[in-house]
Ligand binder design. Structure first.
Ligand code: ADP
Ligand code: ADP
Length: 225
């Protein structure tokens, strides 16, 4: 597991300061939920960690290494999206193996690792199906496998559960906590749901107006008994 740190992390779009010099230290292996009103800078923060958005100022340090200017595939992070964006023409196994193809791994290795990931998310029996032959919850698990196959130290989630029905959402939460335990990786999960954050988070970060307003254990932040 790896420590993640923001050092005066800043994002500007022209004159808009979307993320204003935030500093925070995430303990290795922690499950952090990022909350706050729309427009407060959550997505920008997540996209900077993933490398989908350039850092304007400051740094993101993972395991003592400044990753803020590395290409996304070399950061040790992976992102799982709300819109699962699976490739419709590829079957489940090839969808999961895709990023290894981009990384130039040989075919036997790719498929073996893909099967390992499908086993991890309990989707082995669906390996040969196309995404449109799966339920929403199953597609979500494939998207999770696809993010995990690169063996990230930090998994980034942008409201991944909001499209699921309540039953699947609860199942997926259990799944994510199991992965945290079994793989020892850290999570940063953007959500609008307080109940979701309470169920998942070891630590809650509340953003407001481009800054971190509050950070701590769920019970403290929500003032729960
Ligand atoms: P959140 O995820 O909390 O809704 P965002 O990070 O998406 O917040 O947005 C933070 C601020 O930055 C908002 O004012 C938003 O309009 C602005 N913003 C986000 N992305 C861009 C962009 N690509 N170009 C210009 N402004 C942006
Ligand atoms: P979210 O609320 O999940 O962050 P948005 O709908 O705000 O999603 O943003 C979707 C896309 O639009 C992102 O790529 C973001 O960078 C861009 N975007 C958001 N706000 C602005 C803005 N004010 N100007 C330009 N692009 C923006």
């Amino acid at each position: 597991a790896a420590d993640l740190e923001f050092v005066s992390l800043t994002k500007r779009y022209g004159n808009t300061v979307a993320v204003d010099a935030i500093s925070h230290h995430f303990k290795a292996g922690t499950y952090a939920c990022l909350l706050g009103p729309s427009g407060c800078g959550k997505s920008s923060t997540l996209r900077m960690i993933a490398g989908h958005e350039e850092v304007s100022d400051g740094a993101i340090v993972l395991s003592g290494r400044d990753i803020s200017h590395l290409p996304p595939a070399r950061r040790g992070t992976a992102m799982m999206f709300q819109s699962y964006a699976l490739f419709p023409h590829l079957n489940v196994r090839d969808n999961v193996a895709f990023s290894l193809r981009m990384a130039g791994q040989d075919k036997a290795t790719r498929l073996a690792r893909a099967d390992e990931m499908l086993d991890l998310v309990e989707m082995t029996q669906y390996a040969d199906r196309k995404p449109d032959q799966l339920s929403g919850g199953q597609q979500q698990r494939v998207a999770l496998a696809r993010a995990l196959i690169t063996r990230p130290q930090v998994l980034l989630l942008d409201e991944p559960l909001s499209a699921l029905d309540p039953f699947l959402r609860v199942r997926m939460r259990t799944e994510l906590k199991r992965l945290q335990r079994d793989l020892g990786i850290s999570f940063i999960h953007v959500t609008h749901g307080q109940d979701e954050a309470l169920a998942l988070a070891d630590e809650i970060i509340v953003m407001n107006d481009a800054r971190i307003e509050q950070a701590g254990p769920a019970r403290e932040v929500f003032n729960a008994p």
